[in-house]
Design a protein around this ligand. Structure first.
Ligand SMILES: *Cc1c(COP(=O)(O)O)cnc(C)c1O
Length: 433
């Protein structure tokens, strides 16, 4: 490990130019202290920093790089699209191709609209749900993150939790007033809310496998209850699959659980590393969006040719490999079970929930034996996590820089790569005081 001299110099300069030195808070190392590592390039499972250090990467740009970095087919697709022009503001055939791929792979989607980020996708899906139902109230779960939409930036987990601003200044009481909060995986809470207020609720938005309080899979009973109660009361069920889409299974968490939401939001993987989001569902609902319908939503760069090309190349690579998710699942399981037994050997109490290509190493509080919601997640020992994180950095391993983020694997995370990580983790657990 070479000194982080260049990282420090560049980050110090960034602090004078960019708020907090970063363009997104999740990168600021708020949860682990110290200076963020400034990256220069990436390839396959590896990241390379500006001081010449190499890391095995478990952040993967916070999820998108499921084919590994610089996949030759994705890079070639972007280069080819660029030859033809980077934006037209007019329809292209490539937009049909990515829509066809998404519709073929995600069970509940019959029509889909492309946007530029996950945040735009959730914001638009909420508007559509309210427009269709004529109701105002929305339900979200504590610790779930759905982007920085005003009405959803309440108890929002992830970087917002690390920074302790679950309720951001600038979000007016009015914007959040129609947002009802419930604890994740709380079946009784959902039932009693719908018994009393079901007729006022426009939609429920949920991460079916939560990834923004660390990886916390929804229980089957919880997700089935959401489906049953929203159907009974005429509310829209939105699965926010910006993270879990194309990551926990080919058809996302909805395929994994066998539950059909009314609307699905996507992002991350469908852009193959370029900025994209999408929302979709039954044609009948989606046709309420302008210009087919009256719910307004637009975007100058939506369906951008470069982003669309990267997305198509990524989804085609996934679709053409029947073993794709078996490989992803294998890597993640090897990582999670390896970390668990390594911690057990060192006498450190952890939990390692995982699902598809998502996993988290939770340093459990003394009172918990697992993590099922924000209450148990937020009690985890963040100082131990921070020590462990830096110990892994010293050993060439880049984990997410917060206890409340999820680790991701790619198809480039071979057994040998995972085993190298487990060796580093073994030493890191032993180094904890
Ligand atoms: C990342 C994420 C978002 C926000 O996506 P951006 O592209 O960062 O705006 C929304 N929902 C979930 C579940 C996410 O993980």
């Amino acid at each position: 490990m070479k000194s982080g001299e260049n990282s420090r110099r560049i980050f110090d300069r960034a602090l004078t130019l960019i708020p907090g030195g970063v363009n997104s808070p999740a990168r600021a190392f708020g949860g682990v202290g110290g200076t963020p590592i400034v990256m220069k390039r990436a390839n396959g499972p590896y990241l390379y920093d500006v001081d010449g250090n190499r890391y095995i990467d478990y952040v993967l740009s916070w999820g998108p790089m499921i084919l590994g970095h610089c996949h030759p087919k994705v890079n070639a697709a972007i280069a080819q699209a660029l030859e033809n022009g980077s934006s037209f503001g007019a329809p292209t055939e490539a937009e049909n191709l990515i829509a066809e791929l998404i519709i073929r792979m995600i069970p509940s989607i019959e029509k889909v609209r492309l946007v530029n980020s996950g945040t735009e996708a959730t914001m638009s899906a909420i508007r559509l749900a309210r427009g269709r139902t004529g109701r105002s109230k929305i339900v979200k779960f504590i610790g779930c993150y759905h982007g920085h939409v005003d009405s959803l930036l309440v108890a929002a987990g992830s970087a917002a939790a690390t920074l302790s601003i679950p309720n951001s200044p600038g979000v007016t009481p009015g914007a959040a007033a129609d947002t009802i909060l419930l604890e994740y995986n709380d079946v009784a809470g959902v039932k009693s809310l719908f018994a009393e207020h079901g007729g006022e609720i426009a939609c429920v938005i949920v991460e079916p496998v939560a990834g923004n309080m660390g990886c916390v899979p929804g229980s089957r009973e919880f997700l089935n209850t959401l489906r049953a109660e929203t159907s009974r009361c005429g509310s829209i069920l939105i699965f926010d699959e910006v993270m879990s889409g194309f990551r926990v299974a080919r058809g996302g968490a909805q395929e994994y659980y066998g539950i059909k939401p009314d609307l699905t939001t996507l992002g991350k993987i469908i852009g193959g590393g370029l900025p994209v989001g999408a929302y979709g569902g039954a044609a009948e609902i989606m046709d309420e969006v302008a210009p087919a319908g009256k719910v307004y939503q637009a975007g100058t760069l939506s369906g951008n040719p470069l982003a669309t090309a990267a997305g198509i190349a990524t989804l085609m690579a996934i679709e053409s490999d029947p073993d794709f998710y078996a490989k992803i699942e294998r890597a993640t399981t090897r990582l999670a079970t390896g970390l668990q037994s390594s911690a057990d050997r060192a006498g450190i109490k952890v939990a390692t929930p995982h699902c598809g290509g998502m996993a988290t190493l939770f340093f459990l509080s003394d009172e918990d034996s697992c993590v099922t919601n924000w209450t148990s997640s937020s009690r985890c020992k963040r100082e131990l996590f921070a020590q462990f994180f830096w110990s892994l950095i010293e050993r060439g391993t880049y984990f997410p820089c917060s206890q409340f983020e999820t680790m991701f694997t790619s198809v480039d995370h071979s057994d040998a790569i995972i085993d190298e990580t487990l060796e580093a983790a073994d030493a890191a657990f032993k180094s904890l005081r």
